[in-house]
Write a protein that binds this ligand. Structure first.
Ligand code: FMN
Length: 192
């Protein structure tokens, strides 16, 4: 960290598609975060092979998994912005978590993590968040509680053409979460 007061936070987006509402939400975060919270995108995780102990045991961890884990370890905190797939988290995201979970210096241990989701429907990805929360707890991540960011009916809240987040109540609550997450990270990491 260049400046002691700054927080280095990485953002993991669970959607891979270009027109993703979750990616659009993730792109908004630097505008809404406190000035001292520096956000950067996590390294890609969609090229990791499916977790297989035999690969780990023979070839070792894939380079992508190592880069992903290193980025998490180096960060003061992590924000995961993800869609819900079949009432849970996308398989690509779970696969990345499974890979890094087998590492000796497991990167999520004691790491402050906040969750966000956007979906077209009325549940806004809430069920995904509770599954993700459960998996991350198994890795001793330190999960931020409230406010929760559950963006329902996403097509009404983002500009159809630019995908800019335009819904003011959503902008307000995301701003509140980022401010509260900043305080949470400092408390957890003993930087308050
Ligand atoms: C495989 C798959 C499963 C899905 N399952 C759910 C679901 O369980 N709940 C939900 O709200 N939306 C579900 N959706 C719809 C997604 O929420 C919607 O496509 C959303 O826009 C995806 O996020 P993105 O825009 O960031 O890519 C599913 C979509 C896909 C492709």
């Amino acid at each position: 960290m260049a400046n002691e007061d700054n927080l280095d936070v990485i953002v993991i987006c669970g959607s891979l598609r270009k027109g993703s509402y979750n990616a659009a939400l993730a792109r908004m975060l630097p505008k809404l975060a406190p000035a001292a919270m520096k956000l950067r995108a996590a390294p890609p995780f969609d090229t990791m092979p499916f977790y297989n102990f035999d690969i780990q045991n023979t070839a070792g961890f894939p380079a992508e998994a190592t880069a992903f884990a290193d980025a998490i370890r180096a960060a003061d905190g992590v924000i995961i912005v993800s869609p819900e797939y079949n009432w849970s988290m996308p398989g690509t995201l779970k696969n990345a978590i499974d890979w890094v979970s087998r590492m000796q210096d497991q990167p999520f241990e004691d790491k402050p993590v906040a969750l966000q989701s956007a979906a077209r429907g009325a549940m806004g990805g809430a069920r995904m968040q509770y599954h993700l929360r459960q998996s991350l707890l198994s890795l001793d991540a330190v999960l931020f509680g409230r406010p929760e960011i559950i963006v329902t009916f996403a097509p009404k809240k983002f500009d159809e053409k630019t995908l800019e987040l335009t819904d003011q109540p959503t902008i307000d609550i995301v701003t509140q979460q980022l401010t509260a997450f900043d305080r949470f990270i400092r408390r957890v990491n003993g930087k308050a």
